[in-house]
Ligand binder design. Sequence first.
Ligand code: SF4
Length: 250
Amino acid sequence: MSRQAPCPSDVDGSHAGVSAESGQLRIGGFVPLTTIDYPGELAAVIFLQGCPWRCRYCQNGSLIDPSAAPVIGWSQIRGFLERRRGLLDAVVFSGGEPTLQSALGSAMTEVRGLGFKVGLHTAGPAPKRLARLLHLLDWVALDIKALPEDYPAITGVPRSGEAAWESLSLIQASGIPLEVRTTIMPHWAPPDLETLAAALALRGVRQYAVQACDTRHTLDPLLGPSVIPLAQLAAAIDPAAFDRFLLRGH
Ligand code: SF4
């Protein structure tokens, strides 16, 4: 994920009825209300700590270390959500990479029990873990960063692309509403994006969002600014190839 994780602000108090497993969740940030992280729904976003990749453009460097101290406990968030029943529609689990935490399924089950929809932002590095969560999900945003063979140059991790594209197949087979997202590497030229978008369309992706890379706070400080404006890059994509095609950023 590349959206920055804020610190909690108006969340206090706790809830005694939290399961022991959910209580193990390591949380690195919390947004109590957002209109942009789950399409058409008022949502809260929980940013989970830890990621196995090191994307050069990552905006969430503080969330990568899985052992970093949590900034808020699940008990506090659970108490907050209980007070927001009827006011919020959904809870989105983001990161970092949320699927790495074994307590995620338990927390999602609690969220569903409170009557909220469950959304997931994932980069898909752990398809087996993702498969075990699918029955708990109402909507997924999946980062597809590049063609599989081009992933290591972005994430620094061999075979990361194969994992992400396997995750794509799993989500598509489940029928869960899916938005695929790509953050543009600053040096990309129109054919790079055109090739990727065509491959996604061929795989049956219907909702596709392309995001500009904010290079002011990247994990790799040597990553230069974008060479070509997003709109110019995206002109290489045939929007008719998707039911919904979005540009985010500039
Ligand atoms: S997948 Fe990449 S962009 Fe997302 S949190 Fe991990 S390192 Fe950052």
